[in-house]
Design a binder for this molecule. Structure first.
Ligand SMILES: Nc1ncnc2c1ncn2[C@@H]1O[C@H](COP(=O)(O)OP(=O)(O)OP(=O)(O)O)[C@@H](O)[C@H]1O
Ligand SMILES: [Mg+2]
Length: 217
């Protein structure tokens, strides 16, 4: 499959923001981009992440293909699904992603939370990334604590045999701390993986699209 699996060190670190910025960057180069948020939880009405991704990529696919599982409880997918009596068909998700990837130049898939979040009873998001054979883009928040979270995520990725394209550090909060100046170099040295971009806190993903030019080469 041609694409990236956008995972994070945690929930709320900037996965959707980075994926949207990347979709803008790719579109500005003329690439056809498809997006997917296979399971979104905490959904009341429209799935927010899926809609943001769809708009950024100008993906014409129906929402049911971009986000096949929308669950109400703001919980990990497997937990929310169990609560709502929904069976998440992981093989079906993989087949859908394969088909969608074949229609475009780049498929961007956003997970939920991080790699070890349970997707279904016997599958995590690391398993989904492996079954899709998509390299990871790991998003972390550029704040104190991210070194440990990024290194843990890289170790889990290596243990699962996943290829990692690199890290992107985002800035979900306008508040910064002193670690922001040295996190990237420390993470790169510790993991041996590149930090591909450091995003400032900004108004909209399109404002930082140019900083992600090297993420997809
Ligand atoms: N560089 C940035 N500049 C401004 N706002 C940002 C930046 N990065 C992230 N945000 C904001 O931080 C919040 C969390 O980001 P986002 O929704 O992308 O996280 P996420 O990892 O996708 O979360 P979830 O696990 O819920 O899917 C959002 O309001 C987003 O707009
Ligand atoms: Mg998100």
């Amino acid at each position: 499959m041609r694409g990236l699996f956008v995972t994070g060190t945690d929930t709320g670190v900037g996965k959707t923001f980075v994926a949207c910025a990347l979709a803008h960057a790719l579109r500005s180069r003329g690439a056809r981009v498809a997006v997917a948020k296979p399971v979104e939880t905490g959904v009341e009405g429209e799935p927010e992440d899926a809609c943001r991704l769809r708009a950024a990529a100008a993906d014409p696919a129906p929402l049911a293909e971009i986000c096949p599982y929308r669950l109400r409880a703001p919980l990990a997918p497997a937990v929310a699904a169990r609560l709502e009596g929904v069976t998440i068909d992981v093989d079906g998700i993989v087949a859908l992603l394969r088909r969608r990837a074949a229609e475009v130049d780049v498929l961007l898939v956003e997970g939920a939370g991080g790699l070890l979040v349970p997707l279904a009873d016997h599958a995590t998001f690391a398993d989904l990334a492996a079954w899709c054979a998509l390299p990871l883009l790991i998003v972390g928040a550029n704040r104190l604590g991210t070194i440990n979270h990024c290194a843990l995520t890289a170790r889990v990725a290596a243990g699962a045999g996943l290829a990692v394209r690199g890290f992107v550090l985002s800035q979900p909060s306008h508040e910064t701390d002193r670690s922001g100046a040295t996190n990237a170099e420390t993470i790169a040295a510790l993991t041996g993986l590149p930090v591909l971009a450091i995003l400032p806190h900004c108004t909209a993903p399109e404002d930082v699209a140019a900083l992600l030019a090297d993420v997809w080469v």
